[in-house]
Design a protein around this ligand. Structure first.
Ligand code: 8YV
Length: 345
């Protein structure tokens, strides 16, 4: 009989002397330093060849794992959660967005969900800023032209884009990442506007000289660049609908480093094709990794493959957060990054 006591959520505490190590199933390959530490601390089942798990593999994983460590490429829906064995008490997501996890089903089954906020803020804000610069300045288009051997030399009217300084940036979602984007954007001379469920603290608004728009439609009509930085939830799905996109000015640029499904992608393609908006910079897509072929044909779009948090330091820090969440939980304590439905971090 293994010694055991119960923790904060009624979970079996797995770190008392003599207890077995918790079985932790990690669905994707993580940075080596993270995997080594997980091997030391847990009975870690790693994904050596990094193939995305099939539904059958997910079902098998939750049947035996004490802890599941999924990523954005796993669909942890109600059926997967229903298939979990009684020992599964924690889903420690590697990533901040949890739209791929059915939080309600998890709660009903008494499964705690955690994520990794904070450690990918600066990296994601950097990539957002890169797209904010790249789309109006046609950087990717210029690079494609040069590599294709089509550059015939400098000319006064060649590759003209739009000036960044002095433009209005409208940030949708003024959480950690939105604010980090705002700080960077101010350095480039952009003025900051934002839409959020609530205004940010006065001190932050003051620091960023930011203008709050309660009405998103109204904000969209006045922005030069719009950046999507909110989580995907039932409320934000299709937030930039065809109707809302139609509010944008013809020179407007749309940047999205959050989740593809926040924008009506087909409507965005219509707008870009007909030049009803000028350009877009997209790191995320509605049906990733499938990218709408209409986007691939457009010169006025900069496309990156969901790289927002893709830095060595960022991914290691995310792994460390996952480990801290698991350790706290199996010690019987509330994990620091617990996700509660409807409360976004
Ligand atoms: C992550 C992200 O790399 O954390 C997120 O929400 O979008 C990415 O930057 C990815 O989700 C890993 O699961």
């Amino acid at each position: 009989m293994l010694p055991e006591s119960l923790g904060w959520q009624g979970q079996v505490v797995l770190t008392v002397p003599g207890a077995r190590k918790p079985v932790v199933v990690v669905t994707r390959k993580l940075p080596e330093a993270v995997e080594v530490r997980m091997m030391e601390l847990f009975t870690a089942r790693l994904n050596i060849d990094d193939h995305p798990y099939s539904n059958a593999e997910l079902l098998a994983a939750v049947a035996t794992a004490d802890v599941l460590v999924p990523t954005v490429t796993d669909r942890i829906d109600a059926a997967v959660i229903r298939a979990a064995g009684p020992q599964l008490k924690l889903i420690a997501n590697f990533g901040v967005g949890v739209n791929h996890i059915d939080l309600k089903a998890a709660e009903e089954r008494g499964i705690t969900v955690t994520n990794t906020p904070g450690v990918l803020t600066e990296d994601t804000a950097d990539l957002t800023m890169a797209l904010i610069l790249a789309a109006p300045r046609r950087i990717a288009e210029g690079e494609r032209l040069l590599r294709a051997g089509k550059w015939q030399g400098w000319a006064p009217t060649f590759m003209l884009g739009h000036r960044i300084a002095g433009q209005r940036l409208g940030i949708i979602g003024m959480g950690r990442i939105g604010q980090a984007v705002a700080r960077r954007a101010r350095g480039f001379g952009l003025s900051i506007h934002y839409h959020n469920r609530h205004p940010v603290a006065e001190v932050t608004e003051h620091e960023l000289e930011a203008t709050y728009w309660q009405d998103l439609d109204q904000m969209l009509a006045h922005m030069d660049i719009v950046s999507v930085n909110c989580p995907l939830t039932d409320e934000t799905r299709n937030l930039l609908s065809a109707r809302r996109l139609a509010k944008l000015q013809p020179h407007a640029v749309v940047v999205n480093t959050a989740r593809g499904a926040i924008i009506d992608e087909a409507a965005l393609c219509d707008m870009l094709e007909s030049r009803k908006i000028a350009a877009a910079g997209l790191d995320v897509f509605e049906n990733a990794p499938h990218v709408n072929p209409r986007l691939l044909k457009l010169e006025n779009v900069v496309l990156t493959p969901h790289m927002g948090s893709a830095t060595f330091a960022g991914r290691i820090a995310m792994g460390e957060k996952v480990i801290i969440n698991i350790r706290s939980f199996v010690d019987g304590n509330p994990p620091p990054d617990r996700v509660i439905e409807g409360v976004t971090t």
